[in-house]
Design a protein around this ligand. Structure first.
Ligand SMILES: [Ca+2]
Ligand SMILES: [Ca+2]
Ligand SMILES: [Ca+2]
Length: 276
């Protein structure tokens, strides 16, 4: 009851409920309050374990604990159940330990979300169930799972009689990987027999600028198809890549050459150069 010193004194009462907790009943105790940073590659398989953590019950002779992975309000705090928790008991002669294994539930993607903070709650099994919380900080690591993509196809013209080394055009490919060298793009003229332009043009590997290697004569040939390729800078993390970087650019030019009136957007990795 609270009473003031006025005359007459006014007072107010409020009911207070007090739970009497057994002295022996303590809340569970985590090994750590914060776990991490736990580093985890973005291509970690669904079902794979990221980390195992545990708490003791805080009650002598009642080792039972229950773990819950608490979904938060954002993707980073597991709103969409990107991770799940599996409880695992380990019984030895002197100990009865229960682990919380945190596993991947949905595919991870460094390009979308780089870090997660998970809240794990543990309850014991005393007369009054008491709980404690711990946080797991998971940091994703980029792998080379994005391929470079050319921004658009090109159709360019070059004047006949121009000196060798004249700039014809510049191609550009973008790799959405989050870190270098996974997102570093280099450019090549495709070295295949069907690439008729390979003898006539060269490319700056870093900038994608294309230059002439010959002086063109329109009376000899009026148009050249040039096939170029973009590669990223590290072994691919995609399946069946055999340790090679990701690359694009092997457009089918034979079909392009037989249908010269079609726009190059259907063959976005090639360049048609016309002499004028
Ligand atoms: Ca990715
Ligand atoms: Ca890449
Ligand atoms: Ca990546």
């Amino acid at each position: 009851m609270a009473q003031d010193k006025g005359y007459p004194p006014l007072s107010r009462t409020v009911e207070v409920q007090i739970d009497v907790v057994d002295r022996a009943n303590n809340p569970p105790v985590w090994d750590h309050v914060v776990y991490g940073p736990i580093y985890c590659k973005e291509n970690t398989a669904v079902g794979a374990k990221v980390v195992s953590i545990k708490a003791s019950s805080g009650i002598e002779n009642t080792p039972t604990v229950f773990y819950h992975l608490m979904p938060g309000s954002t993707a980073q705090t597991n709103k969409f159940h990107t991770f799940y928790l599996q409880q695992r008991s380990e019984t030895s002669s002197k100990d009865n330990v229960t682990w919380a294994d945190i596993k991947v539930n949905h595919p991870l993607d460094y390009e979308s979300i780089k870090e997660y903070n998970l809240t794990i709650r543990v309850e014991n099994n005393g007369a009054q169930q008491l709980a404690s919380e711990a946080t797991i900080h998971i940091v994703l690591e980029d792998v080379n799972d994005e391929i470079p993509l050319f921004t658009e196809g090109e159709q360019e013209t070059v004047l006949e009689g121009e000196p060798i080394g004249s700039k014809v055009t510049q191609v550009n490919a973008i790799d959405k990987d989050g870190t270098a060298p996974n997102n570093q793009v280099t450019y090549y003229v495709v070295n295949s027999n069907r690439n008729e332009g390979k003898e006539y043009f060269e490319i700056n590997r870093d900038t994608g600028e294309i230059f002439t290697k010959v002086i063109f004569d329109r009376e000899k040939q009026g148009a050249y198809a040039l096939e170029v390729e973009a590669r990223d800078g590290a072994p691919s993390a995609r399946p069946n890549s055999n340790g090679q970087p990701n690359s694009v650019g092997h457009a089918d030019f034979s079909s392009y050459l037989s249908q010269q009136s079609e726009t190059l957007h259907e063959f976005p990795y090639g360049i048609k150069v016309t002499c004028i």
